[in-house]
Design a protein. Sequence first.
Length: 176
Amino acid sequence: VKKEQPILVILGNPPYSVSSVNKSDFIEKEMELYKEDVREEKNIQPLSDDYIKFIRFAHWKIDRDGKGVIGMITNNSYLSGLIHRGMRKRLLESFSKIYILNLHGNSRIGEKCPDGSKDENVFDIQQGVSIALFIKNENHKQDGQGKVFYQDIYGLREDKYHYLVANDIHTTEWKE
């Protein structure tokens, strides 16, 4: 079925590993799309993180089939990282709609809520995370560049869990 039918939905929680051992010729070639705009940067090694390779593979699959949805919870460093700008550009070019629910929780940088209170991760890890939905419609190229919908969720882990159980893509107050 995988060889003869298009894969239209890709879901995942890929590993976050900046020292990726996944160095197949295929994925290294595909990663060039995310690296071409930042080649002059001093250190683009973080673009070789496993979670970014997983996003790139899913991106390639959906582009190849011309439509589909990717849903992932990943490290959130690509949302604002300087070296990730080429990645963000390519995602915006390929997808009709992108929904980002930034769950924050980065203890490495001592992330706090906007009011100064404690912000916790939804997992037992230090790196902040986000949930992303990348949606590609068949007529995306005619529609032009994609749209991004974004929301921050800060707070204690249990509060984030309650939010996630009680809300969905329709009830979240997205900022375009």
